[in-house]
Design a binder for this molecule. Structure first.
Ligand code: TRH
Length: 353
């Protein structure tokens, strides 16, 4: 089938990251034809960079306006139109669909949430005045939801260091625990690191692109932190290289929707610095996830994880680190087993079919 994915970038990398991951999965693993129309092509191109040409060649990345500019880009009507995160379609594109002889199905692809109500709303029709068929598609962890974007499934162990990370990895201390950091500006990271330096172990902290500036520290004034803590900055890497980083660290701090899922697939303990919403809806979402995630955890892992996810200082919960690590591996296995039907991309194709 031919798919048009509409991607409006609100901020950061997640909107583009999800659309690109979905497009990649639909084309490479499921043989679909995909175009993405995006209102911020440079960000989408950044996310799409660093993968094999064989993958990139299959996906047509277009500016938003190209979706209705017949002269520049003759519009063939697709079988499926995705409104990523409920973005509205351009009027002129929609008008083209209305006069097309074969009508597509429109999917409102929603945000991922572990909240129980998602099961009841997933797959429901969203009747429109214009008459085109439109449905809600809710990603989720539970069986009767749209599932999770799991591709490409990261390998559990992969020792070959990506070229771009070689110089950083050469500085890591073999005995030190590794932590990767990708969080929003509001995180109390300075205080968190100060506390970590007191737990009596060495930590190498890998700061992803932009995090050092956010921390408002520079490598040269990191004397604020004792030698137990080594800060290392890495550039913006490809999605697969970022997966590699997550799998090579002992603990990861992640944010948005995509890195949150990737941290789980890495099978390591993590803090989800969930995207803050004004109405504090993120607190409900975090609680719903923790309910699911900790369903089979023992008391020690449960308490540590809840503390950590609420940014309690590491000295409060680090004693449970090993137990949480084993639990994270088991959670990864369970997640992959539940998404064994191919996860979100495969469920989307089956839904449309
Ligand atoms: O960047 P994010 O915070 O993005 C978003 C947006 O804020 C969006 O508005 C919001 O709706 C959404 O989150 C929930 O976080 P996220 O989702 O984790 O996306 C980051 C993407 O960037 C993900 O695909 C991984 C990728 N990435 C790289 O490819 N290389 C890197 O070096 C890093 C750090 C990330």
């Amino acid at each position: 089938m031919r798919w048009d994915i509409f991607c409006q970038i609100v901020d950061n990398y997640g909107d583009a990251g999800i659309c690109w991951r979905l497009a990649r999965s639909l084309t490479s693993l499921h043989g679909q034809d995909v175009r993405i129309f995006c209102d911020d092509l440079p960000t989408l191109n950044l996310l799409a960079s660093g993968v094999d040409d064989s993958i990139t060649k299959k996906i047509d990345l277009q500016p938003w306006e190209a979706s209705y500019d017949n002269a520049r880009h003759p519009v063939t009507t697709p079988e499926v139109v995705i409104e990523a995160f409920g973005c509205a379609l351009p009027d002129r594109y929609l008008a083209g669909l209305l006069i097309a002889s074969k009508k597509p199905i429109i999917i409102n692809l929603e945000y991922l949430s572990a909240e129980p109500w998602v099961v009841d709303f997933h797959g429901k029709a969203s009747p429109q005045a214009h008459g085109l068929a439109k449905y809600f598609f809710f990603p989720g962890f539970q069986d009767n939801t749209g599932g999770i974007l799991i591709d490409p499934i990261p390998k559990e162990s992969n020792d070959s260091i990506p070229q771009v990370l070689k110089s950083t990895w050469a500085k890591l201390r073999p005995h030190a625990k590794r932590i990767s950091v990708f969080c929003y500006p509001g995180a109390p990271l300075g205080k968190w690191l100060q506390d970590l330096s007191k737990v009596g172990e060495d930590f190498d902290v890998v700061l992803t692109y932009g995090q050092l500036e956010q921390l408002n520290l520079s490598i040269s004034n990191s004397i604020d932190l004792p030698p137990h803590i080594q800060l290392l900055s890495i550039p913006f890497v490809s999605q697969d290289e970022y997966d590699w980083v997550l799998s090579q660290c002992d603990f990861n701090i992640v944010r948005g929707e995509d890195s949150f899922v990737r941290a789980q697939l890495a099978g390591k303990p993590f803090i989800w610095h969930i995207y803050p919403q004004e109405d504090r809806a993120h607190e409900v979402k975090l609680a719903a996830f923790l309910d699911l995630y900790l369903e089979s955890a023992n008391e020690c892992v449960r308490a540590a994880c809840i503390d950590a996810m609420h940014w309690k200082l590491p000295s409060h919960w680090i004693a449970a680190f090993d137990a949480w690590s084993s639990y994270s591996k088991a959670w990864r296995a369970q997640l992959l087993q539940k998404q064994g039907d191919g996860g979100l991309a495969a469920r989307l194709i089956r839904f449309v079919a």
